[in-house]
Design a protein around this ligand. Structure first.
Ligand SMILES: [Zn+2]
Length: 146
């Protein structure tokens, strides 16, 4: 708002300076207006990128489902995953969990998730009583900081 007002008045002043024959002053003014314009363009570009990142995150957030332990991605009716809860919450990254006999393991943070029937959305709990039981706490292992 301020920028465009500044430019509008600045351009008018440049015209007046030209009419008065003060070409050098007009040139200097136009140069500073150009700098201002480029800065505004840059800011606009940055805001556009930010906006599209936010849109992507929101889009992803709509497709991600939490089963009480892990995340699953619903994409075009297809269920993908599961993904690590810790990595997604902390970094916004969907990290595939590796399947083991009794647990899932994150290759990134090495978090472990016990495999429970209830925790799989494919096999939904039959009653609300059971769904409150499914809140098994994941067995996290802290990521070793190198
Ligand atoms: Zn992880």
């Amino acid at each position: 708002m301020f920028s465009s007002m500044y430019q509008a008045t600045g351009f008018k002043r440049a015209i007046i300076l030209c009419q008065e024959g003060k070409v050098e002053e007009a040139e200097a003014l136009l140069k500073s207006l150009q700098d201002e314009f480029l800065a505004v363009c840059e800011e606009n570009e940055a805001l556009k990128n930010q906006l599209s990142e936010v849109a992507d995150v929101l889009d992803l957030a709509e497709k991600v489902q939490f089963d009480g332990q892990k995340y699953w991605l619903m994409d075009a009716g297809e269920q993908k995953g599961p993904f690590c809860q810790v990595c997604y919450d902390r970094d916004g990254l969907l990290v595939h969990l590796q399947e083991h006999d009794n647990h899932w393991e994150c290759q990134s943070c090495h978090g472990l998730y016990l495999r429970t029937q209830e925790a799989d959305p494919m096999r939904k709990p039959k009653s609300n009583v059971r769904s409150t039981l499914k809140k098994t706490i994941p067995l996290f292992l802290e990521r070793e900081m190198g």
